[in-house]
Design a protein. Structure first.
Length: 523
């Protein structure tokens, strides 16, 4: 049998990774036993070595738009060694013809959980089709990860997924386009099995890498206009609460978790309390996007609280014992230098223990993407009225190694002005004075001294790694200085001391990606 090699491409290699690329371990599990144990290559840890490949081997590569250039590099290297190369992931799902034009032998769209075995058998028999549709696999058939293949010394946090899909339709996000708006829930037994295995491997903090951990809270149900959909969401809510109960009975009490959710969680005290008490969620990424109503309208997220209402929302969540990582977008169409300064002030006043300030980027597959591409194509027509004031500078911009601010024309700021405003947001929130103020504030006051010191160091690491990019699949890999590596190692060492021992007393915030990252389960 040929060797099966699965590659998670990256823009650079630092030898250590915060979060496991879940798809890599899911496809390892989905590989039929008669093909042997697949070789896993995560370029975050080490670069792909072409000499690993022999003629006739099968190489699977998972790509997002953010790392497709790195993926196509691996494709060329593997093909030069005589491999048959299959490409999947979010980017391949949106643009299935592009990887084929780049030289791939086949493309898998959608979820690879169930179709991967068929692809491998066809590859061995020389009968590969150009495109395989994995579709949207029902929750009960989603494959668990093969954690026996994990080198736990080289990853900070493993990922477990409890559901796929999101009922929202935010204009900047591709999840609801590729995964659908109907949440698909995994079987409780499979989630619990993975959590317990990771606990046995020494992990005491995991990431629930769900597209939206609270897809059916009371607030979400109330604003649903369709009676049939309200009924469906009510059923999902009850199923989630029952799952939380089963998880609580079956998983050790000192296995903590991080997840991402919407601000509507505050409309459902029962759900929020169960997240903390039964799922042991201690940190959550909240999609703030903007504190300004016009910014929320630009993001198609008018249902989000704005201004002081969002400040109160963040404070309520943290009062329940779940620390907030506020995710804020800089460069929405309505943004100006002044609105970004105001947003920075709101972020500080909210008391959120962490914040990320992402520069607006047009993700392929999103509502914004299709509208901006249409605007660009029709711009020269007489009497044409564009849907957006923001403009794309290039076609196929994901194939250009450019900064996000250099790919668009913002209506109110130059690229350099937007970048400067974004950097000022990071500087203000993560100034040593602001970090120390939070470390001595009401949220952290109950922590032991070691916990507060840990928070200060992790905040410095977070800023160093993510400032200017936000939490996305490859941004951490762009910064390769010795200081960055040292800080990452220091943060990892602190984490290991507090979270990989049986004397777990801390549950501090760490980050996960959003908006269609390839770190999600099935990418």
């Amino acid at each position: 049998m040929p060797k099966i090699v699965l590659v998670n491409p990256a823009l650079a290699t630092i030898g250590y990774s915060f979060i496991t690329p879940r798809w890599l371990f899911v496809l390892a599990q989905a590989t039929p036993p008669d093909f042997g144990t697949p070789v896993l290559v995560d370029e975050t840890l080490e670069p792909f070595c072409p000499e690993l490949i022999d003629d006739g081997d099968v190489v699977g590569i998972g790509i997002s738009s953010g790392n497709c250039l790195a993926g196509y590099r691996v494709l060329r290297q593997a093909k030069s060694r005589g491999a048959r190369v299959i490409i999947g992931g979010i980017h391949a799902t949106i643009f299935p013809e592009e990887p084929l034009q780049m030289g791939a032998d086949a493309v898998v769209t959608g979820n690879g959980d169930l179709v991967w075995g068929e692809v491998l058998r066809d590859a061995v028999c020389g009968k590969l089709r150009r495109i395989y549709s994995g579709g949207r696999v029902p929750g009960e058939y989603l494959v668990r990860a093969r954690w026996s293949a994990l080198d736990r010394r080289r990853y900070l946090l493993p990922t477990v997924q409890t559901l796929v899909g999101c009922p929202e339709n935010c204009s900047f996000c591709s999840v609801w386009v590729t995964e659908g708006r109907r949440p698909r829930l995994r079987l409780a037994s499979k989630v619990i099995e993975e959590a317990n295995e990771l606990y046995s491997l020494g992990f005491r903090y995991i990431v629930f890498a769900d597209d939206n951990f609270n897809p059916a809270t009371i607030g979400r149900i109330r604003r649903e206009s369709s009676a049939a959909k309200r009924k469906e969401l009510e059923s999902i809510r009850q199923e989630r609460l029952q799952f939380f109960e089963e998880y609580d009975r079956s998983v050790p009490k000192n296995l903590y978790s991080f997840t991402q959710m919407t601000a509507e969680i505050v409309t459902d005290d029962e759900y929020l309390t169960a997240m903390h008490d039964k799922m042991r969620v201690r940190t959550a990424l909240i999609g703030v996007e903007s504190f300004d109503p016009s910014g929320l309208a630009a993001a198609n997220k008018n249902w989000n609280p704005a201004g002081e209402a969002m400040v109160e929302t963040i404070q309520k969540i943290q009062s329940k014992g779940i620390l907030v990582l506020s995710s804020i977008i800089c460069g929405l169409e309505s943004d100006t230098k002044q609105t970004l300064r105001t947003m920075s002030e709101f972020a500080l006043r909210s008391g959120a223990m962490l914040a990320q300030f992402t520069i607006y980027g047009v993700l392929p597959g999103t509502k914004d993407f299709y509208e901006l591409v249409s605007d660009r194509a029709l711009a020269k027509k007489p009497d044409f009225i564009p849907k957006h004031k923001t403009q794309l500078k290039y076609d196929h911009f994901w194939l250009k190694p450019e900064r996000a601010v250099d790919l668009i024309r913002h209506p109110n700021m130059t690229g350099e002005e937007l970048l400067a405003a974004n950097q000022e947001c990071w500087r203000a929130f993560y100034s040593l004075r602001a970090i120390l103020r939070r470390a001595g504030g009401p949220i952290a006051r109950s922590w032991p001294l070691a916990g507060r010191i840990t928070y200060v160091i992790l905040s410095l690491v977070f800023k160093r790694v993510y400032a200017g990019h936000g939490v996305t699949a490859d941004c951490v890999r762009r910064k390769k200085s010795a200081l960055t590596r040292l800080l990452i190692r220091a943060g990892a060492g602190i984490y290991s001391h507090f979270f990989r021992t049986k004397r777990v007393g801390l549950a501090l915030p760490l980050a996960v990606p959003r908006g269609g990252s390839p770190l999600n389960r099935d990418r």
